[in-house]
Each structure stands twice: as C-alpha cells, then as structure tokens.
Design a protein around this ligand. Structure first.
Ligand SMILES: *Cc1c(COP(=O)(O)O)cnc(C)c1O
Length: 431
C-alpha cells in the first residue's frame, strides 16, 4: 500500500515513511493511493470473529509490508486491550463507549497504535527518537499514556500551565520515565508555536531526532476504524446503523467513513458539531471556508478549520453530491448540550459527557427527520474527564472510578518553563 499527499506534489511513500513523516513535504495529508476492499465473508462472519482478528484484517491492507504479521497482531492486541461496549440508551439510540481506555477518551486507540508502530520502526536506530507535542488537554494524555515505556522513544509534552483541568494535568505529569511534561507559562498557541520552531530548527534537528504525534498522522487516523467494526459486531438489527460522531478535527468520523468505503455496512453518517460549524456550512452551501474558532463546553471539538475535512472529500472523489449523500451535519449550542445532558440523565440514568451529548443531539435530530432507522452515537470521553462542566449541569457529583482514584494518588513530575523557544531548546538539548 502506498500513500499520496492530498496536495499531489510529493512522492508516494509506504506506511512506515508516512507514519514517520506525519505531514507530506508539500504540507498535504497522506491518503491511501487506493482504497482497499474487505472480503464480503469478513463482514458476514464478524459476529464470530475475535476483536484482534477484526483489527488485523481491517488494518493489514493499510500497513502492507511495513510491519510483519506477528508484530502487527501484537500491536493491534495491545491497542484494543480494553472494552468498547455498545450500550442501549433509549429506543433506537445506542452509545458506543470509547472511554474505557487508560486516559478515558477515544484518542487512546490511535495513540496506542501509533506509539507501538513508531517503536517498531525505530527498533534498530541507535539514537532515541523524541516525540514532541503541544496539547490543550486531551491529546497529550493519550500520547503520554500510549508512548509510556515504549523502547527507544522519549516524549516531551508542552501544556499551558494552569489552563488544563486537574484531571488532564495528572494524566500528563504522573507517568515519569520516558515522558517529560513541560508546564509552559503561556497559552496553548504559544506552546504550539514553540513546537513549530523546534521542528524548523535545523541545528537542533542535527542533534535530536524529532517527530510529532499529530492527529493527522495516518498511524493515529486509520486504527480509529476498529471500533466502527466492533459496533457492527454488537449490532443486532438487519438494517445497518446510522453513526453520529461528535466532531472537531474530523479524524474520528473520517475513519468511520473509510471503514464504510472498505465495506462496513452503514446507513448514514452524521457529524455533530458545537458552534464550530465549518463542515455544516460546506454541506449547506457546497463551498468550504475555514471559520474562527469559538470556545464551547465541548472544547475538544473547538476547531474552526478541521484538518481532516480534506480526507472526507478524497473519500468521495471530491464529489459534493456523494459527500452530501453519505454525510449530514448539525450544530448545537452549549445551552442545548447542557439541557440534553441533564434530561437524558434524569430520564434514563445514562450520564454523558458534553461531547457525547452533542453526539446524542445529532443522532436524535437525524432520527426525527428520517423514520424507521436506528443509530449509534460515539461517546468519546468519560464524563469524569469533564466533571468541572458536567457536575454543575446535573447538580450531582460523579463517582470517582478506581482508575481515577489511582491517578489522584500519584506524584506529579513537571518542569515549568517560560513561553520562549530558547527555554524549550535548552530543555531538549539537556535531556
Ligand atoms: C478529540 C476529541 C473529539 C473530536 O474528535 P475529532 O477526531 O477531532 O473530530 C471529540 N470528543 C473528545 C472527547 C475528544 O477528545
């Protein structure tokens, strides 16, 4: 399998090279040159297949000869070593719970897969590879957890000091070992700009091998297909489900659409968005325009210019009519999100986080306009992760899980640095 750049100005590369490079030299995103087709017997037999076998069959055409079968099987087994249950919330509405992994959000799946791939690709390298990321909260935790103890790789995470939740900070700072957390005295944008300067600094890069664990990396994007197949495995009806995905950068939904193009039976996709609605505006008008980012209570979805949108276009040969046929988008306000979170909790006892609540709203809206279908919304994070927002909405305390309790008992290790590039460079050269 070879990958081309969505800008079409870069050479074709294999899975290994695309993973290591992240972004193509022409600044495009990597995309499979040809979309594979799964054997129809695979879907017919999915209910009796093991989760590991499903993942292996799904991802093998994409990784090609970059990973030996045995290694790939080991990697996918470690990637999905936690439950991903499909739970009935109400008549016709199901939740696919993606928050049972180590950092309680769906980004664990992509981060665990990518970290293990990079560890393998770097196996014969005498030099350590340093993964450098800036985070506003969720991504850093998944990356830290995914790469913790991966041989040959160091992780350096920059986060804006005092601007992530306590829970998120604990997830960044309690690993230690090969994971270093830098509390930057500045904003997330400053953290991001410091990381960009490091990647552009040729002098530094001669001394340190750097890579990013950006969400556009194919090794984070493609394994997100796995749980759409797990949903299909647990689906009990003849008619395929509608999938509603709370979306920010559109990597998650775009992975589901890739699964659909390879043969997964899906009735329709719905992108549920908060006030950040660039894709909805595209579907309404046929023209795409990036928007200013608007802050909301589902802040992991606060993206004004979603990077993966281009991949959705590629999946449908850039045909607006085809995109529209398979994808709908709805936008919801914070007030609507809070109200549904509270009312579903009071009516059914099911507690969603704010991102899942946007997903519920999207599915509910689609079902109200299209009778006779059932659907699944992706619950992308555990409500505990956003307890500072969820608890006031429901007027109750969310019970702490044993995993969370453990997190609060651990020691934090971080270094505080000013928001300047020389401070980051000093740290990198000293470590
Ligand atoms: C990252 C994230 C999203 C958005 O996912 P995309 O793949 O960027 O669309 C939604 N919910 C939560 C909890 C997240 O962390």
């Amino acid at each position: 399998m070879l990958y081309r750049s969505t800008n079409n100005q870069s050479p074709l590369v294999d899975f290994e090279q695309a993973t290591i490079m992240g972004l193509a030299p022409d600044k495009g995103l990597y995309f499979p040159e040809k979309i594979p087709t799964l054997p129809s017997a695979f879907i017919r037999n999915i209910k009796s297949s093991s989760r590991e076998d499903i993942c292996f069959a799904v991802i093998k055409p994409f990784t090609g000869s970059s990973l030996p079968d045995e290694t790939l099987y080991q990697i996918v087994s470690e990637t999905v070593n936690f439950p991903i249950p499909l739970v009935k919330v109400e008549e016709d509405i199901y939740a696919l719970e993606l928050f049972h992994g180590p950092t309680m959000a769906f980004k664990d799946v992509g981060a665990r897969f990518m970290s293990r791939c990079l560890g393998y690709f770097n196996r014969n390298n005498q030099n350590k590879l340093t993964v450098l990321v800036a985070t506003s909260g969720d991504t850093g935790g998944a990356v830290a957890s995914g790469f913790h103890n991966v041989e040959g790789i160091d992780v350096v995470i920059l986060y804006p000091k005092g601007k992530v939740s306590k829970f998120q900070e604990l997830q960044l700072t309690t690993f230690g070992g090969n994971v270093s957390a830098l509390a930057v005295e500045g904003t997330f944008d400053q953290c991001q700009s410091m990381v960009k300067q490091a990647f552009a600094d040729q002098e530094l890069r001669h001394q340190k091998e750097l890579t990013s664990a950006n969400s556009i990396n194919i090794a984070r994007w493609l394994p997100q297909q796995f749980y759409y197949f797990f949903a299909c495995q647990q689906w009990e009806f003849d008619q395929p489900p509608v999938f509603c995905v709370p979306s920010g950068n559109y990597g998650n939904i775009c992975a589901g659409m890739m699964a659909f193009r390879t043969g997964l039976p899906v009735s329709h996709f719905v992108a549920a968005c908060n006030a950040n609605q660039a894709v909805k505006l595209y579907l309404d008008s046929g023209t795409y325009q990036s928007q200013q980012t608007v802050p909301t209570i589902s802040n992991a979805m606060d993206v004004g210019d979603p990077s993966n949108f281009i991949r959705i276009l590629e999946l449908f040969e850039k045909e607006y009519s085809q995109v529209k046929k398979n994808l709908s988008a709805f936008t919801f306000s914070d007030a609507e999100t809070s109200a549904i979170l509270k009312s579903v909790y009071e009516r059914t006892g099911y507690l969603m986080d704010t991102h899942g609540a946007v997903g519920y709203l999207g599915l509910q809206k689609y079902l109200s306009e299209n009778t006779g279908v059932k659907g699944i919304f992706l619950e992308t994070a555990h409500p505990l992760k956003f307890s500072n927002v969820v608890e006031p909405i429901i007027g109750a305390t969310i019970p702490i899980s044993p995993e969370a309790e453990l997190l609060f008992s651990r020691d934090q290790l971080m270094e505080t640095i000013p928001a300047t590039y020389p401070a980051l460079k000093d740290f990198l050269l000293a470590s």
